[in-house]
Design a binder for this molecule. Structure first.
Ligand SMILES: [Zn+2]
Length: 65
């Protein structure tokens, strides 16, 4: 089972599947349609986020910014 969302990217459910799955679904419930401030895609993000996971990755690795 592969879990992905725009807030955190890929989820590893191996360590604590029950707990992690619950958190994943909570994140999904909280997420709202948001236009990413970098790539301008419409993504599902938690209300206080304004950048999608792939842009955050790019920022952190210095590819953009
Ligand atoms: Zn983005």
């Amino acid at each position: 089972m592969n879990y992905y969302d725009d807030n955190f990217g890929n989820w590893n459910m191996d360590d604590d599947p029950e707990e992690t799955r619950r958190f994943y679904h909570q994140v999904q419930r909280e997420s709202v349609e948001t236009v990413c401030s970098i790539c301008e895609r419409t993504v599902m993000l938690r209300p206080h986020y304004d950048k999608c996971n792939s842009c955050m990755d790019a920022l952190e690795s210095g590819r953009i910014g």
